[in-house]
Design a protein around this ligand. Structure first.
Ligand code: BTN
Length: 245
């Protein structure tokens, strides 16, 4: 198990995930890389939506060499979200997860996660892209269903030093990642349910343009969303939650 973390910070990149993809061939598979940029010109999120990346936000990609076949990236996204939740405890800030990848404070979206995987020189890498609006002046064009965008500063009045935060978050994530590799997502389920914004809610989920409706039931071991529809359990691998009641 390798814990040699290399932190690389840039002033400006198109996207930290994109940079990681283009440069993975230079990485050593005995290291974990934490690539951050103060600004991104072409940050992207889930479903190829753009991710507004002005100065004041954190744009980070954690790159981990994979030694166990990873079949489902939802689990990684959930572990990353739980790491963000843990990391905010130090500042006495409660954040919540909206399955699968939204980070929420006061019913506002302050961050999101995009997990990807690539092969470079026959080595598989996990790329965990985490964007958090900390001290940005304004977030204007981050259009997402349901939760309006905001920043940690606006919601909590705290100004968090992003570089210090990155060095706090990355080891928390790596620790959870190793626990997950040796156990399963079950290990984290209590933490997940404590911070799950969908608990006891009726929800509508949009998948490929179709809307399905039901009551939140659980998250599977593979990170899928289970909802009860007409008395039956249905699993969703992905989708946008478009209503929560
Ligand atoms: C989402 O909510 O849709 C996920 C947003 C993920 C954004 C981060 S910012 C760092 C990394 N680089 C990118 O281009 N995207 C991810």
């Amino acid at each position: 198990m390798q814990n040699n973390i290399k932190y690389l910070n840039f002033d400006i990149l198109e996207s930290t995930n994109k940079w990681a993809k283009e440069n993975a061939h230079t990485f050593s598979n005995t290291c974990i890389y934490a690539i951050s940029s103060n600004i991104q010109t072409h940050g992207y999120g889930s479903n190829n939506r753009s991710w507004e990346s002005s100065k004041g936000g954190m744009y980070l990609t954690i790159c981990i060499p994979v030694y166990k076949q990873i079949t489902n990236l939802n689990t990684l996204t959930i572990i990353s979200a739980l790491s963000a939740i843990d990391s905010f405890k130090k500042y006495n800030i409660n954040i919540y997860i909206k399955w699968p990848n939204d980070l929420i404070i006061n019913n506002k979206k302050i961050g999101g996660i995009l997990s990807e995987t690539i092969f470079s020189n026959s080595q598989q890498w996990l790329l965990i892209g985490i964007g958090i609006n900390f001290n940005n002046n304004n977030i204007t064009n981050l259009v997402r269903p349901l939760f309006q965008p905001s920043t940690v500063k606006l919601e909590t009045d705290l100004h968090i030093d992003i570089n210090k935060y990155i060095k706090h978050l990355v080891p928390i994530f790596i620790n959870k990642y190793h626990i997950w590799i040796n156990n399963s997502l079950k290990y984290f389920m209590n933490d997940f349910y404590d911070n799950n914004i969908l608990k006891n809610k009726n929800i509508k989920i949009s998948v490929d343009g179709k809307i399905y409706e039901g009551k939140f039931h659980s998250i599977s071991d593979e990170g899928q969303l289970n909802i009860i529809q007409d008395g039956y359990l249905h699993k969703y691998i992905n989708g946008d939650i478009v209503s929560i009641k």
